[in-house]
Write a protein that binds this ligand. Sequence first.
Ligand code: NAD
Length: 297
Amino acid sequence: METLLLKGKPVSDSIRLALAPRVQSLKEIGIIPKLAAIIVGDDPASQVYVLNKTRAFEKLNCESQTFRLDVGSSEKEVLTLIDTLNNDSSVYGILVQLPLPNHLDAKTILHAVSSKKDVDGFHPKNLGLLLEGNPNFIPCTPQGILEILKHYDIPVSGRHAVIVGRSNIVGKPMFALLAQKYEMGNATVTICHTGTKDLALHTKQADIIIAAAGSPNMITGDMIKEGVDIIDVGINRVEDNSEKGYTLMGDVNTESVMGIANSVTPVPGGVGPMTITMLLVNTVKSAEKCVELVAGC
Ligand code: NAD
């Protein structure tokens, strides 16, 4: 079996192309979708992520402003900044880059972001609406995965999807999307995690695998059945002697699944490009909602 590589870039390009006229329409009425990104500390991976997000926003004629806080900033300082941004009518999306330093409680901080500007979709109100089947902002990575499945015509309804990972940002919202009774859902969904006794028992039964554990090369060819479609969410920096000092690896050992799987997303270049694109989609959507509601934003 020839295994198709599900590249994210063509999917992301076509979504950004469709967004451009929407951004232009907003510009014509004086609105520029603006993201405020908060970064606490100097984690190198976070700096790169935020820089990539800023570039993507600028390319689409949207705005992105980064607020850098010192690693030792108190919870009160972060909450004060969020409050200012919640009340700033020029800001349509607020993003708090994770991970936060250990002394800060991520839940308290994420809950403080207005659910109307929560373009990451992490606020409990937005997660609740997603579970209810009436989503407002959908977390970017699971939303991007659905777009990949849609773009490559990978059927979901009636199939068995196995998600590895139960985080609030990938695994759980992915479950809500795939299990929902609608066009891109209606799957039978199993969630595996660190409490799962025999991971391979489950992955071998999967028609779709969503690997989001953050464990390099965890899914191998002997753990899958023929014809499975695999979405590799994992981005793991594995240290080595290369020039950069590390190589990016997914959760799937891609080489070993080639010829067995129907399709697999590459790492890098699969899910990664989609996450930022869906952040753009959510921010443009937030600005459009404000136009509709004028008084409410
Ligand atoms: P997380 O650490 O919050 O959650 C990982 C989950 O995987 C946990 O629920 C844990 O129970 C489960 N898990 C870990 N090891 C396991 C094992 N051996 N067997 C079964 N379950 C296991 O991670 P996260 O934030 O959900 O991210 C997961 C991965 O996806 C990371 O590599 C992260 O870098 C990557 N990621 C990529 C994107 C992207 O844009 N491509 C976005 C978000 C996260």
